[in-house]
Every structure is written in structure tokens, then in C-alpha cells.
Design a protein around this ligand. Structure first.
Ligand SMILES: CC(C)(COP(=O)(O)OP(=O)(O)OC[C@H]1O[C@@H](n2cnc3c(N)ncnc32)[C@H](O)[C@@H]1OP(=O)(O)O)[C@@H](O)C(=O)NCCC(=O)NCCS
Length: 179
């Protein structure tokens, strides 16, 4: 299962991606609001868990590839957030790729996929209150702030979008891409 947007490919993780994610997840700036940089072992386990979720729950996170270069530049996708009992959209990009609207592009495509292919009623995203860029991404993707939640003993702003409110069909998927 993959998604193609104007500038990105969202595809399954492969073992060959692990070194790239060990590098990205070790960057203290990228991981500032994500509980800090990860060791190589923790990064590898994190990628393996993301890949395994597709088998266990039928959706999960994709490896995000820059279409122009074929490089793995981040992750994006959906997961079941146990502490809240809701489907969450998560996203992260390698630093050189920030500030080009790429996160907004991949989050829009992810939300559209979740509503159209998985029929979720609501998709949420959470961000630490100081993660302004992440909140802008959520707003740009059509999500609205709906309260504060405490997850993993930390406060997050909760954003949500409903299926009814989603512009399903026009949120950035390239025509003809496989579902
Ligand atoms: C959050 C993240 C994915 C954003 O990626 P991106 O490709 O730069 O996002 P976009 O370009 O689509 O949009 C970023 C928006 O935030 C704004 N922004 C970026 N950095 C900002 C900052 N430090 N302060 C205020 N606004 C900021 C941009 O201006 C843009 O808003 P606009 O479109 O209204 O101008 C990226 O910064 C990242 O990977 N961060 C680390 C991982 C992370 O925090 N993930 C989210 C966890 S909740």
C-alpha cells in the first residue's frame, strides 16, 4: 500500500531504511518535541514496530520518500493511540526538508486515506504546546484544536478532524494512485 502526492511517496518501511532513520531519530533538533534523540537500537525497534503495525491493525506509518531524489526523509501515518482510544496521525521530517509545506502535504494525504480507505469517523493529532510548527501543520491540514490531553504524563494540545468535515477526494492525492 503506497500513496503518491505531488512531491512525496508514502511507502512501506524496508530494512534498508533503518540506517537512515537511525540518523534522523538521533538528531536532537528533530526529536526536540518527541522525547529526545534515540539510540540506534531504539530507532531500529521503532522502525520495526511501525512496520509490524500494518500486519496487526491494517494501518500504520509509512516511510516518506522525496520523489525527486528517492531518499527516505521521514515518517507519516496513522496509529491507534491507546491512552486516548483514538486514531492518531503522526509525522516527522528530516531537518533539511522542513519549511517547504511537505508535512502539510503528507498529513493531508494521510487523513484522506484514513477517511476514504479505513472509514475512520475522527482522526486526531497531538502536539506539545511549544511545537508551533506541528500545530501549523495540523491547522493547514484542516484540523481544529479540541482540548488538552495528558498522555505519557505530559500535556498535549489535541487537534481533530471529522470525516464529515474532511474534504475527502481533494486533499492532495495524486490521481490514480493505488489505495
Ligand atoms: C513539524 C514538522 C513535521 C513540520 O514540517 P514542515 O514540512 O516544515 O511543515 P510545513 O512546511 O508543512 O508547515 C510548517 C508550518 O509551521 C510554521 N513553522 C515552522 N517552524 C515554525 C516555528 N519555529 N515557529 C512558528 N511557526 C513555524 C511554518 O511557517 C508553516 O506554517 P505556514 O504554512 O502557516 O507558514 C517538522 O518540523 C518536524 O519534523 N518536526 C520534528 C518532528 C515533530 O515535531 N513532529 C510532530 C510531532 S507532534
Amino acid at each position: 500500500m503506497m500513496i503518491e502526492t505531488a512531491r512525496l511517496i508514502l511507502r512501506a518501511f524496508q530494512d534498508a531504511d533503518i540506517p537512515e532513520f537511525q540518523r534522523i531519530y538521533a538528531d536532537p533538533v528533530v526529536m526536540e518535541h518527541m522525547n529526545g534523540p534515540k539510540t540506534p537500537d531504539v530507532a531500529r525497534i521503532s522502525v520495526e514496530r511501525k512496520a509490524a503495525k500494518w500486519q496487526s491493525q491494517g494501518y500504520g506509518f509509512w516511510c516518506v520518500e522525496d520523489k525527486a531524489s528517492g531518499t527516505a526523509i521521514g515518517h507519516c501515518g496513522l496509529d491507534f493511540l491507546d491512552p486516548l482510544g483514538e486514531v492518531e496521525c503522526g509525522y516527522l521530517l528530516d531537518r533539511p526538508f522542513w519549511g517547504r509545506g511537505l508535512a502539510t502535504e503528507m498529513v493531508r494525504a494521510t487523513l484522506e486515506w484514513g477517511f476514504s480507505q479505513k472509514n475512520f469517523e475522527t482522526i486526531i493529532a497531538i502536539a506539545r504546546p511549544e511545537n508551533i510548527a506541528s500545530m501549523r501543520v495540523m491547522e493547514n491540514a484542516g484540523m481544529t484544536r479540541r482540548g488538552e490531553v495528558i498522555v505519557w504524563e505530559r500535556t498535549f494540545f489535541r487537534y481533530a478532524i471529522n470525516r464529515d468535515g474532511a474534504n475527502v477526494g481533494g486533499m492532495g492525492l495524486a490521481a490514480g494512485c493505488p489505495a
